[in-house]
Design a protein around this ligand. Structure first.
Ligand code: FES
Length: 147
């Protein structure tokens, strides 16, 4: 059912973890399967993604696509990272079963959400980037209330 590359990235995920004080963080979820993916980006002043990490609470294909997506964006300029689609992630994994295509979409959305967060924090626009639909914004409810 899964290609060797999918199994490899599932069993040995690259760039798993988190980045403290990341330049951009994106969290997305799929309402149907309940899976959640979070991407952390460390971006330097020239817009190069120096480091990227992910955390995924989800299926094996979600872990594999997150892992591959982090490999594809690492070292790239934000404008290039922006263009990496779920199709590119799937191709890099030698394909996914049709029922698992949405898992790769989650990876694309998580990258976009993290780029969006970075753009918002820095008051910039990234060409072609739109506000993510499914960004969960976890933690907002934990913010201290002012009295
Ligand atoms: Fe939903 Fe894989 S089954 S992300």
């Amino acid at each position: 059912m899964y290609t060797e590359k999918v199994m490899d990235h599932f069993e040995h995920p690259r760039n798993m973890g988190e980045i403290e004080n990341a330049s951009g963080v994106g969290t997305v979820g799929n309402a149907k399967c309940g899976d959640i993916m979070r991407i952390y980006l460390d971006i330097d002043d020239s817009g190069i993604i120096n480091d990227v990490k992910f955390k995924t609470f989800g299926c094996g294909a979600a872990v594999a696509t997150s892992s591959m997506a982090t490999e594809l964006v690492k070292g790239k300029h934000i404008n290039e990272a922006m263009k990496i689609t779920n199709k590119a992630v799937m191709e890099a994994l030698d394909g996914l079963p049709p029922v698992k295509v949405h898992c790769s979409l989650l990876a694309e959305e998580a990258i976009h959400a993290a780029l969006w967060d970075y753009a918002q924090k820095n008051g910039i626009e990234i060409e072609g980037l739109e506000k993510p639909k499914s960004d969960i914004h976890e933690g907002e409810e934990d913010e201290e209330e002012e009295y």
